[in-house]
Design a protein around this ligand. Sequence first.
Ligand SMILES: Cc1cc2nc3c(=O)[nH]c(=O)nc-3n(C[C@H](O)[C@H](O)[C@H](O)COP(=O)(O)OP(=O)(O)OC[C@H]3O[C@@H](n4cnc5c(N)ncnc54)[C@H](O)[C@@H]3O)c2cc1C
Length: 507
Amino acid sequence: MSTALNARRRQRELAEVTGGRTVDLLVIGLGVTGAGVALDAASRGLDVVAVDAHDLAFGTSRWSSKLAHGGLRYLASGQVGIAHESAVERGILMTRTAPHLIRAMPWVVPHFAGGSRRDQAITFAGFVAGDALRAAARTPRATLPRPRRLGRAETLALAPGVQSRALRGAALGWDGQLVDDARLVVAIARTAAGYGARVLTRVRAVAATGDGAQVRDELTGTFHDIKARAVVNATGVWADSLAPDIRLRPSRGTHLVVRSSALGSMNCIVNAPVPGHFGRFVFTLPQLDGTTYIGLTDEPTEPPVPDVPQSSDQEIDFLLDTINPTLQRPLTRDDVVGTYAGLRPLLSAEGSTADLSRKHAVLTAPNGMITVVGGKLTTYRRMAQDAVDAAVRERGVSAGPCVTAQTPLVGADPAGPAGPAGNDIPGRLVRRYGSEAAAVLSEDPARNLPISDTVPTTPAEFDFALSHEGALDADDLLDRRTRVGLVPSDRAVTEPVAAEAVSAAAR
Ligand SMILES: Cc1cc2nc3c(=O)[nH]c(=O)nc-3n(C[C@H](O)[C@H](O)[C@H](O)COP(=O)(O)OP(=O)(O)OC[C@H]3O[C@@H](n4cnc5c(N)ncnc54)[C@H](O)[C@@H]3O)c2cc1C
């Protein structure tokens, strides 16, 4: 079946599933977790419907640091099982399911004169332990190189924006970086659609049990019932609105967005220690589009959960104050061209939110609805497998074995990115679309040009998002299929182009 998602398919499939039939599995929420559940179930042969109240990747899944983690920080806190699981899932993503969306990213921890030698030794030992996790997860050395110590000159060659006066050298490690978290969700959802899952955005579950849900079509305001043999609630920080027994303690993480040129255009992550908190860091995260993110905070938050969380002034100051001593040219508020904040869907427990377990949970309510919550982007596939196993075990749904560890996502075709069109595909498109890059190019050369000096996105990418990636309006294009919206001034310039593409697609 086609992997293309668009307005026409949505309308047809919504009518199909609200006409009284009973499907095997209804998934509520299309962040990385829900999209993963839809793919796991559909690829095991189940009849699947997956709905989101807004859009693919509307929630936390677009506000992450965009790292496919090896689990080092969990190892540091003694959570060996979670660390190993994370390293295994990172390896699956980088070598089999989504190699086109993830690159190995150098991670530099600079040492300065007067710094603690003990801390330097522990940092390097941490990278070596991370490398051992990589080996235990059977991720090849060719995918993630060996950690090593760098001298002063080597450090400045790799990270020219680092403060050079007192620099002595650095520890160098490696981890996986996603081209974009929302793109991963779109790729998973489209792969699920290719297995026959009906992926329906702008469909809100207003009430749900183990046997189905009442949903509202957010485009028309009409209510419908969807009947299912099993229901999985994958609504992240909103999970308790459908399953009131779940206790969540969301914690907000903020990132700043700056132009990479303000940091000396470094193509590596640079760590800066949080004074007085051993093992806590702020880091720079260079992106493909000429911006760098600086994150991140960890602030407990109180209900109600907003649709789009906002960063506080204190968080912005904290991030600038922490990163600046590590930089050659300290950043000011004027360098901050955008910010974003996300809420971690942490399960309630004692202690600070920084210490809360990042392990996921699969919980079945007395009414039979299964909730999968917690975890992280990197481990979505394992979370999905556990949720579908629970549906098989507890709801009597009959399914084949899980195959997602061997199932490449849309764009991961080993035949390569260029396809029959040859070698003229811009590298930027290959990095974002993998083997689909050729299909994104328009026959109209003007639609293949960047929208502005600071917006490398092309109008042709908007056309593709509307015809293949399930985008329905300009917000979907600006805020989730591309991330132009992370810089408000770029968003303002690009909005008319997105609106024009939406109108053209509707004609
Ligand atoms: C700041 C920050 C940085 C992070 N960095 C990383 C990282 O670098 N690497 C990593 O592996 N993990 C990271 N994480 C963790 C990771 O982002 C989350 O664990 C993951 O994205 C959660 O995905 P989810 O699908 O469970 O939830 P969400 O992405 O929030 O999805 C829930 C979806 O449910 C929908 N929904 C809600 N209510 C309803 C309803 N009634 N009906 C229909 N739909 C509904 C929402 O619209 C939303 O799309 C980070 C988290 C944060 C906050």
